[in-house]
Design a protein around this ligand. Structure first.
Ligand code: SAM
Length: 309
């Protein structure tokens, strides 16, 4: 983890109280903390930094999530989804460039929440001082960090059944790896102090969370009170695998948050008690694709809103 990020973190266990973390470094290589701990002097909780990865998720690993997002096949699917264009694959989409094109360049920090293997974080490295990708999946964060450090990544793309072939992606020269970091953390308990983040992205995440409204409250807490921007995009595939129905922010005929997710999130941002309120400046959709094997792709209509305050 980049050493200068340590001073920007707080204890995610103590939220809503905000307590700084003390960094103890056992091994550092060129400003990168390879081995160490981040300790909260208030609750005494220790968050390890191992092989350069900071573990700031206070919850024990979620078995359901671990089963899905730690699997090698799923990792390969997401690497293709994020970087398929770098392979010159004609099936690849330009979804991440479209999303990044919506973001205004700025000073300060950007967070890519549930950022998986890092494409949007790399895109944001050209638009801000520091872009941090946050994800619960260790396998995803390891791959993103390796790409950040080594500039290339090999992985196996599944062809059919047990058949696959190795591919290699190379990081484009205009991305700024020195302005990128990836950490393991929970998008519902962000390890950042209030009002310190200039831009936030939540792409294809909100329907995967057990507490989507807590995620919005956390976005609101860390976002700067003025001059900040938010991009939220999602297919709104609500499911009881991710969250109880009473937690969904849409996809229901009755009760709180009846109707469509994007409409309800717009209402929450504008008038839902999040202060200062947000202005929604744009709504549209991006076609996003995930590859399972050479003859099987999932085409996803990810509906987004762009908001600012
Ligand atoms: C559907 S994927 C979307 C990934 C990426 N944002 C994109 O659009 O390509 C959902 C991601 O959210 C991550 N995730 C799920 N729950 C999370 C949580 N509570 N905090 C952080 N990341 C989470 C998963 O590991 C996965 O990488």
């Amino acid at each position: 983890m980049k050493q200068h990020l340590a001073g920007k973190l707080i204890c995610p266990s103590c939220l809503p109280q905000e307590h700084v973390l003390q960094v103890d470094i056992r091994s550092v290589e060129a400003e990168d903390v390879v081995d160490g701990t981040l300790t909260c002097r208030h609750c005494d909780r220790c968050f390890p930094i191992k092989d350069g990865i900071a573990f700031l998720d206070p919850a024990p690993p979620d078995e359901r999530l671990a089963n899905r997002y730690e699997q090698e096949e799923v990792l390969s699917s997401y690497l293709w989804s994020h970087y398929g264009d770098l392979l010159g694959d004609e099936q690849a989409t330009d979804a991440y460039q479209q999303w990044a094109g919506l973001m205004v360049p700025h000073t300060g920090m950007a967070l890519d929440l549930g950022g998986a293997v890092g494409r949007f974080t790399f895109e944001m490295s050209c638009k801000c001082d520091l872009a941090v990708g946050i994800d619960k999946s260790l396998a995803f964060i390891q791959a993103a960090r390796r790409f950040m450090q080594e500039g290339e990544l090999r992985f196996t793309l599944k062809d059919e059944g047990l058949l696959g072939h190795e591919v290699i992606i190379r990081r484009p020269a205009h991305w700024q790896p020195e302005r990128v970091e990836f950490i393991v953390a929970d998008a519902q308990r962000l390890p950042f102090p209030a009002h310190t983040i200039t831009s936030l992205a939540s792409l294809n995440l909100v329907d995967k969370l057990p507490k989507p409204s807590t995620h919005l409250e956390e976005i609101n807490r860390v976002a700067a009170t003025s001059g900040s921007q938010l991009l939220l995009s999602d297919p709104f595939s609500w499911s009881t695998e991710a969250a109880e129905i009473d937690q969904w922010l849409g996809g229901k005929a009755n009760g709180p948050y009846a109707g469509k997710g994007l409409d309800n999130i717009e209402t929450i941002l504008r008038h839902g008690g999040l202060t200062p309120g947000w202005q929604v400046t744009q709504r549209a959709h991006v076609w996003w694709k995930i590859r399972t094997h050479s003859n099987h792709y999932e085409l996803i209509r990810s509906c987004f809103l762009k908001a600012a305050r």
